[in-house]
Design a protein around this ligand. Sequence first.
Ligand SMILES: [Zn+2]
Ligand SMILES: [Zn+2]
Length: 344
Amino acid sequence: MDETLYGTRDRRGHFKPKEPARPAPLFAWPPRPVALLRWLPHYFLPWNLFFLATAAAVWAFALPEVEAVARLEWGWVLRLLLVNALLVLLLFGLFELRLYVRRAQGIRFKYNPEFPSDRKNPAFAFGRQDVDNALRTFGLGVPIWTAWEAIVLHAFAAGWVPWVSFAQSPWYLIGLAVLLRLFHEAHFYCIHRLIHTPFLYKWVHSVHHNSVNPSPWSSLSMHPVELLLYFSTAALHLMVPSHPLLAIYQLHIAGLGAVVGHIGFDRIELGRKTAVPTEAFVHYLHHKYFEVNYADGLVPFDRWFGTWHDGSPEAEARMQARYRARKERAKANAAAAGGASGAA
Ligand SMILES: [Zn+2]
Ligand SMILES: [Zn+2]
């Protein structure tokens, strides 16, 4: 399919969608009711509804009776681990296989014109990004996600936290379910800002950013401390009355949803004439420039705090101005410190 219908490539061959990324009109001021109504289906489709479906499948088929979950036993926890690993293998693996192994659409719609390099890179286990990322995903990502899931489900089953039933308060639970994606964004923004502070970046978050040109396996390729923080989003259900299904949904938004920003392609071709958008651009720019787009644009945190990058030349200029101002501040501070020590 002709990618120039939807975007352009710069001199270095990097693809950019024609339309700059836009934060969801949810918090637009002044309000834009028509834009909001038009956008609303995208809040649910395709991803949030898909994660709700996978969560419902786990809730219905992969878990034993409540009495068994009330006993923290290896059997059901291991089964949950296996189911989560299988979901990741199917979803991430499908994207990886089609787009990166088979390279079914070449670099059409691929932001970075290069595929992750096959050359040995000492930053990665066994020198390879794909092997390192997959090992981290299945060896750390999925187990830490499952550990949080098991703790929260056990807390519900053992009666440690209030379990609201759908029969009892359907509208409360529906309202909570709708808000969970927004909560995920707020939680992710906070922990993401935190791990970009110099000490935590160096020792924790740099592991994720080693994949400068990410692929689907990079999604959950993180340091264990980052994974513990990332999946702590499920702790919400230990604090507000909820339902176990919603806790599983919350973890699927985080665990399976991580792939969305790491697909690396702006669109996925389905046949010759159709290419569906992926929503990967905003987080791709985070991997490219590091200090922009800490959130995904659903809640405009980056706009509010001056770190939004929509891919436009204006955003590029704003980012460069911010870096220059920071450098000058550092220079001035160093000069002042030098002057003070000289005077002492
Ligand atoms: Zn990332
Ligand atoms: Zn980051």
